[in-house]
Design a protein around this ligand. Structure first.
Ligand SMILES: [Zn+2]
Length: 110
């Protein structure tokens, strides 16, 4: 039980982006079906796309071991942007096109 649930605050456990799965941090930042386009369009081939990781920490360790500095920088910005988009959807703010997240992140870093 989360701290919010203990305090009586209703907590939605469905992913605010795809609404189809119970949301974990790994789902929100990596496994969500709506992130498929982003995963396929930026990942170096050496990182498994889906189903390999049981938690976010394992994903981060694999990325840290497999990516060069530039790739790791882009990975971190993408995670940061995806988390922002997830929170925007959760709080009912205007939806952003998640398919352009990689393009947005590349422009942010340049
Ligand atoms: Zn989802």
């Amino acid at each position: 039980m989360s701290n919010l649930e203990r305090r009586g605050v209703p907590v939605e456990d469905k992913c605010p982006i795809c609404k189809s799965r119970s949301e974990s941090t790994l789902h929100a930042l990596w496994d969500c079906c709506k992130l498929k386009y982003a995963r396929y369009n930026w990942l170096p081939k050496k990182i498994s796309v889906k189903g390999k990781y049981s938690n976010l920490f394992d994903l981060i360790l694999d990325c840290y071991a497999s990516m060069n500095g530039e790739e790791l920088g882009l990975f971190c910005v993408i995670m940061w942007r995806v988390w922002f988009l997830r929170n925007s959807a959760l709080h009912g703010k205007p939806k952003h096109d998640i398919s352009v997240v990689v393009k947005w992140c590349r422009q942010f870093l340049s």
